[in-house]
Design a protein around this ligand. Structure first.
Ligand SMILES: C[S@@+](CC[C@H](N)C(=O)[O-])C[C@H]1O[C@@H](n2cnc3c(N)ncnc32)[C@H](O)[C@@H]1O
Length: 387
């Protein structure tokens, strides 16, 4: 995919209805009984990479898809891929224009699961370019990285324009409902008009096809944090992986009831071979108290014993207008992914990989990568390196 692609989701005018309790299933069964030919084709394409050594894979991939590679890529705007991706999401959702209609001079954002902080850095830079004063707050795991010893870059922790919180228990763990409440109370008086959420973690190679369902909990937690902190009409950017599972699809359907406009965006700086894409939404409409309580209860219950909720809604609640509009994005992104993987496989068979260093091997094999400064092009090299 050479250019950023963007797909607007649609639904019928049917109301959301009342919440019902979700049933939990082991994560390997989270796709439900219905086999999806497109998902099977994608998984089969990925399986072709199993026999390729990682060095060949990364070198061939980076030579075929240089735009995907880390680094400034011909632009002086941002020094890493994370900033480019967020910028492309914001542009394709027309979020800057929209945010200016809410408040032309000021922006207050919340960055969830945002450590070490390249999204926050990019927002502070972009807002300035748009003539807006910008401040924000964020919560991420209090994680010891080499250059972000307390989760965030030290310069962000010192900045007057950014407030980091690690929740009620000091871990910053978004899986703890009390931490989401703590974040919400810290920003309760702030005019939060944008939430960005880029959370994820390394998924071992052996279960990489299940990245989507293994990420269900973090995606849901970030989504819930966003609807707890956003003020009406606010905007949201959330990282997703694939969207084949009934759970992901129900979360998107719920999103269509919470935002005026919901798009799926695959930024051109997001690797074409991977399953990453972003929900980009504007015009937040707060959840009803009943739905909010229901989802908070689900979150507090946790996803125990390696299970995930099959769906947040009964199958009958999701209408055909939505399903066909979502399918368009799912098909386009998966087909581009399959095509890109095949190109890598073919190229690796016919040409030796170029000799520049494979920068991402260690990270992609599951080792915790060192977190770099915002100026370093090795930023953002964990879960989104996977094919
Ligand atoms: C891809 S990185 C985010 C990169 C960030 N947007 C940036 O541009 O610097 C994913 C982040 O999710 C965070 N994360 C993973 N699990 C989390 C959890 N349970 N609670 C809070 N943060 C979490 C990780 O600590 C990591 O900082």
């Amino acid at each position: 995919m050479e250019e950023t692609s963007s797909y607007t989701l649609a639904r019928s005018s049917a109301p959301l209805g009342e919440p019902v309790d979700a049933s939990f299933v082991p994560w390997r069964e989270a796709y439900g009984p219905k086999e999806d030919a497109l998902r099977a084709a994608l998984w089969a394409a990925k399986a072709e990479l199993d026999s390729m050594d990682e060095g060949t894979y990364y070198r061939t991939r980076d030579s075929l898809f240089p735009l995907d590679a880390s680094g400034p890529q011909g632009s002086n705007d941002f020094s890493n891929r994370a900033g480019h991706k967020l910028s492309q999401c914001m542009d394709h959702g027309n979020l800057w224009g929209y945010l200016k209609t809410l408040n032309s001079k000021n922006l207050f954002f919340v960055d969830v699961c945002g450590g070490p902080g390249a999204f926050t850095q990019a927002l502070l830079t972009m807002a300035k370019r748009h003539g807006m004063k910008c401040r924000g707050a964020g919560m991420t795991l209090f994680d010891a990285h080499t250059r972000a010893p307390h989760g965030w870059y030290p310069e962000l922790l010192r900045s007057k324009r950014f407030e980091a919180t690690f929740g009620l228990d000091g871990t910053g763990d978004i899986f703890r409902t009390s931490n989401i409440h703590a974040l919400a109370s810290i920003v309760a008086r702030a005019p939060v008009s944008l939430v960005v959420a880029d959370g994820g973690f390394d998924v071992p190679f052996g279960v990489v096809n299940f990245q989507e369902v293994l990420s269900s909990r973090i995606v849901f937690s970030q989504w819930l944090a966003a609807v707890m902190v956003l003020k009406p009409k606010g905007c949201f950017v959330l990282k997703l992986f694939d969207v084949f599972s009934p759970f992901s699809q129900s979360l998107l359907y719920l999103s269509l009831h919470c935002f005026d406009t919901v798009r799926i965006v695959k930024p051109k700086h997001s690797r074409v071979v991977n399953s990453e894409r972003y929900l980009v939404a504007s015009g937040f409409i707060p959840l009803s108290p009943r739905w909010e309580e229901h989802l908070l209860n689900l979150h507090a219950k946790g996803f125990a014993n390696d299970t995930v909720p099959l769906s947040l809604l009964p199958h009958s609640a999701v209408d055909a207008t939505f399903t066909s509009s979502l399918r368009e994005s799912v098909e386009a992104i998966a087909r581009a992914q399959i095509g890109a993987i095949r190109k890598i496989v073919e190229r690796a068979k016919t040409q030796p990989p170029p000799r520049f260093p494979a920068r991402h091997v260690t990270a992609a094999m599951g080792a915790k990568p060192p977190v770099e400064t915002p100026g370093d092009d090795e930023q953002q090299q964990s879960e989104d390196e996977l094919p």
